[in-house]
Design a protein around this ligand. Sequence first.
Ligand code: OAD
Length: 275
Amino acid sequence: MDAYQEAAEILAHAKRAVAFSGAGVSAESGIPTFRDPGGIWDKFEPEEIGTVPALLRTAQDNPELIRQFLLDTVTVFERSEPNRAHQCVARLEKMGIVVAVITQNIDGLHIEAGSQNVIEVHGSLLRGRCLACDRQFPLQRDTLFKRAHEMLDDESGFSIDKVALILPTCSCGGVTRPDVVMFGESVQRIQDAFQVAALCDVMLILGTSGVVYPAAACPGEAYKAGAKLIEINPNEKCFGTMTNVFIKASAERAMRTLMERVKNRIAEGTKKPNG
Ligand code: OAD
């Protein structure tokens, strides 16, 4: 049996599968990963922009680097759309196979593809958070990117103070920021993530190097609880002997084939014997 058939067999019998995704699932939506060649941590140093203090320091010393980083980020995210892999994960939820998605991505593409139960452990670019009262609120995608461009293209020059003006002021009067997790900050909803991981019977892992904790511990939680692990990555397998089935392919290609096989397997299972 090939890896796709094996994975389809497991998924077709799953009662509460959980998808666990990283940057690789959005690579084919045009968003570079972090650690692949050309990725964010290949182009920029985490020590320069990875934490809030580093970002503020670099904004003083080298504002053009921050402007370039923000411009790259805005340009990439505004063009991105869910790809077939996000859509297939959403479809598996509608079919009653997947019960939750745990994602390390901040791009909102699982939600845009139609997944309902998404745990965004590293936050979302499409959400703001008040620094005074901690209220979270949705950001309108088009408005956000339009205002970001106005600020980044402003010929009077760039300064970090102007970044705060992109986001609306909170109803309490407080300053707000994008609700994304930077290094050194607390991850979001990690207990919810661990809980669904520990209750799942299958974990479908898509496009993550699994090196950033605590999120990277989710597959281990699922494994400890007896779940089967299916891992999709065009490069290396990242979860070693915990992975039951490894599909060495890009997320879109893998999910397109896997969906076909799952549907066929379910159709075969519902056929009456002898005809
Ligand atoms: P990484 O860049 O570390 O890993 C991306 C993974 O996706 C690699 O294993 C690639 O081989 C794989 N990949 C590349 N192209 C792919 C494709 N088309 N289909 C499927 N897989 C593909 O990204 P993450 O694992 O998401 O955290 O990184 C985890 C965290 O590190 C991020 O959430 C971010 C980062 O620093 C914070 O910013 C807090």
